[in-house]
Design a protein around this ligand. Structure first.
Ligand code: NAI
Length: 242
């Protein structure tokens, strides 16, 4: 279904990003794995994609918040793969704390990674998308970007910003054949949530369980091929934010 497409996935050395890389590779896409520092994990993800599915997969170390580093990384990807068709902005961090106590740096780092990081990749891919007359951006937001969350004003603001970015890019570029959508995950079992498994809020999940990274990967695969869907925010949250 994605044969002949090249997908760039940020934060793909583990968790949700790794699951999306595996899913897209299983559908035939070539994969550029963007990772922050864990070289071995990123190379393992690429090795699995190559061995299991026979696709091309290369890892690139890049801090998504660094505009110039992203520019260089996209240039390297263009030279290795020829072009990019699908971009998944998945890299994200938390620095939780109450608003009244939050350090300036904890606010700035979360916005720079989660929101500006996505802008940086869109900004440097959009020229290729316009030339190809096709492009698909999937931003991994969060249900807290829709609802807000006490103790996460930085993270929720970054994810709400990502939703605004998604809809603006969707409106700006729809006439060029470029779609831009967001996924808003709820509680998903990854390293990011390993201390959340006893969170009392989990009892409020209508489907009664945490999600798996593969639940998000399924939604990403849908958005990658849903040719009449743009500007959408797809909740994949077991119903918690309905
Ligand atoms: P994770 O912590 O396992 O993975 C995040 C990935 O992003 C890591 O590989 C990390 O190295 C990478 N990353 C962080 N900063 C980076 C930077 N500056 N440059 C390059 N890469 C960087 O977390 P998880 O759970 O897989 O999260 C993936 C996305 O899903 C994040 O955007 C997160 O906010 C979002 N999300 C996760 C939820 C969950 O319950 N796990 C719920 C809602 C949203």
């Amino acid at each position: 279904m994605l044969k002949g497409k090249t997908a760039v996935i940020t934060g793909a050395s583990r968790g949700i990003g790794e699951a999306i890389a595996d899913k897209f590779a299983s559908l035939g896409a070539d994969i550029a794995v963007i990772y922050a520092g864990n070289h071995d994990a990123a190379n393992n993800v690429c090795g699995n994609c190559r061995e299991k599915y026979g696709v091309k997969a290369i890892a690139y170390v890049c801090d998504v918040s660094d505009f110039d580093a992203v520019k260089q990384t996209i240039a390297a990807i263009k030279s290795d793969f020829g072009t990019v068709h699908i971009l998944v902005n998945n890299a994200g961090i938390t620095r939780d704390g109450l608003c009244a106590m939050m350090k300036e740096d904890d606010f700035a780092k979360v916005i720079d990674t989660n929101l500006k990081g996505a802008f940086n990749f869109i900004r440097h891919c959009v020229g290729m998308f316009v030339r190809n007359r096709e492009g698909c951006v999937i931003n991994i937001a969060s249900v807290v970007g829709l609802t807000g969350n006490a103790g996460q004003c930085n993270y929720a603001a970054s994810k709400a910003g990502l939703i605004g970015l998604t809809k603006s890019v969707a409106k700006e570029l729809a006439s060029r054949g470029i779609r831009c959508n967001a996924i808003a995950p709820g509680f998903i079992k990854t390293d990011m949530t390993k201390e959340q498994e006893d969170n009392p809020l989990l009892a409020a999940v209508p489907l009664g369980r945490m999600g798996e990274p593969s639940d998000i990967a399924e939604a990403a695969a849908y958005l990658a091929t849903a040719n009449y869907v743009t500007g959408e925010v797809l909740r994949v949250d077991g119903g918690i934010a309905m």
